[in-house]
Design a protein. Structure first.
Length: 218
């Protein structure tokens, strides 16, 4: 089976990127990271990519006078790379609709909540303030509407009495690292297929998100 061509977009530390690199190098993912692109030249994730001999690119959003010009430059680079899948891993820019449409249903994002609940920012504190009993992580297909694309997989963890937003964030990051690699494993071996109108998992139509904790994670 052909290897999955993966491009990862980052803005910062790149811990999710590292988990993906580790899974690829361990041959758990039938894929190759062809490039890591950051909108910030000082993103530590670029050093992670360099250490593993992965192509690094910087498309700095501050180098452009408008969001549209930034999107055009990023689109040009992605078009050159021709990835099978684009992974947003801590990429802190909202992509424009033209770029999303150019790679329709090929861009994945990870969001720190159990979507459709708590779209947007500050999800941990909002969940605490609302006295939720659990919080979680969702991986979804990117659409022009923020945090609104089809959800592929969700993971959950309990909110314990007295936990802070930073403690929930740590839990979330641990789950994210497992979930992104797992989704790429499924994609690489064909278990998960994202088509123009449908998503299938193990040859069955995916009618609701996969619950991560209830699935085998190898």
């Amino acid at each position: 089976m052909k290897k999955l061509s993966i491009v990862v977009l980052i803005s910062g530390n790149g811990s999710n990127l590292q988990s993906i690199i580790d899974a690829v190098e361990a041959e758990q993912v039938n894929g190759q990271i062809t490039a890591v692109i950051s909108n910030k030249a000082d993103a530590y994730g670029l050093q992670r990519a360099k250490k593993h001999n992965i192509d690094q690119q910087v498309v700095g959003h501050k180098d452009f006078s408008s969001r549209e010009d930034f999107d055009i430059a990023l689109l040009k680079e992605l078009t050159r790379l021709k990835p099978d899948i684009i992974v947003l891993a801590g990429f802190m820019r909202i992509l424009g609709s033209a770029l999303i449409q150019a790679f329709e249903r090929k861009i994945l994002n990870i969001h720190p909540s159990i979507l459709p609940n708590y779209k947007g920012l500050n999800t941990f504190q909002r969940a605490i303030d609302n006295k939720e009993k659990e919080h979680g992580v969702s991986i979804h297909i990117v659409t022009p509407e923020l945090d609104d694309g089809p959800v592929i997989v969700r993971g959950r963890y309990p909110i314990l009495t007295g936990e802070t937003a930073s403690e929930l964030q740590r839990k979330g990051h641990q789950l994210e690292h497992k979930m992104y690699s797992q989704v790429l494993k499924w994609l690489g071996r064909g278990d998960l297929q994202i088509n123009a109108d449908t998503i299938t998992f193990q040859d069955k139509l995916l009618e609701r998100p996969i619950e991560f904790e209830s699935r085998e994670t190898q």
